[in-house]
Design a binder for this molecule. Structure first.
Ligand code: BG6
Length: 237
């Protein structure tokens, strides 16, 4: 074992929001405001943390809109990516959330987890490092957190759309990350805080899946595919 990973692992694929940076809570807040603006005027129950964790967390933006609305039996037109934020379409609602997260990130900034930075410092000496995230805002967030120098390969929300990949919980984005680093999935470890993300790691046949529990959902992370669950990456040092 090195840095808590089994022998034979040569690469680490890190999710971004909630694993490297504390931006998962910012996304959650933006989603809550977006969906509550839709739900509450219609007399429907508000968006909950469980809604976020089960249907939205880790998935590409519009997949999250579709999955959550489907869980409530709500159908809205698909629309197109250029839809303005005030339109009640899948794309309009997703764009509304993106305008909100944009403001929140600009006003509040981005912090990397200190334990993650320590882990990255150690890992860069031993492993290839990639970031695999559904977020189309990844470069900006990595840059603000000063983490870009650690990243040798990046698969993000823009790449997912460009290459027509299926989003998490499908394994496509992690498999693309492994390919970019030139490693077999069995030789790569996946680090994920989202249920959809650990499921993607398991579905891709990755050598090890580390669940990072930032939301008191250790059991669910294990149930969806994590081999081990930690609350902070420093526990693996
Ligand atoms: O809307 P973005 O920035 O492209 O991000 C898409 C998704 O990215 C994931 O990393 C987050 O867990 C989700 O909350 C978010 O919805």
């Amino acid at each position: 074992m090195k840095l808590g990973l089994p022998d034979g692992i040569t690469a680490c694929l890190f999710d971004l929001d909630g694993v490297l940076t504390s931006t998962a809570v910012l996304h959650r807040r933006a989603w809550r405001r977006t969906f509550d603006d839709y739900l509450l005027p219609r007399g429907l129950p508000p968006f909950t943390e469980a809604d976020y964790l089960n249907h939205v967390d880790g998935r590409p933006r519009y997949d999250g809109v579709r999955a959550f609305l489907a869980s409530r039996g709500i159908t809205v037109p698909e629309g197109t990516p250029g839809d303005p934020p005030e339109l009640d379409t899948v794309h309009g609602i997703g764009n509304r959330k993106n305008a909100l997260i944009d403001t929140i990130i600009r006003e509040e900034g981005v912090t990397p987890y200190p334990g993650t930075v320590r882990y990255l410092e150690a890992a860069r000496e031993l492993f290839k490092i990639g970031v695999v995230t559904s977020s189309a805002n990844a470069t900006r967030v990595l840059d603000a957190a000063r983490l870009l120098p650690y990243v040798q390969a990046q698969v993000d929300g823009l790449v997912i759309v460009r290459d027509g990949l299926r989003g998490k919980p499908a394994p496509d984005s992690f498999l693309a990350g492994a390919r970019l680093l030139g490693v077999e999935p069995a030789r790569a470890a996946v680090f994920e805080d989202a249920l959809s993300g650990v499921a993607a790691g398991r579905a891709g046949g990755f050598g090890y899946v580390v669940g990072v529990d930032r939301a008191g959902q250790a059991e669910a992370l294990r149930g969806n595919g994590a081999d081990v669950v930690v609350e902070d990456l420093a526990e693996l040092l």
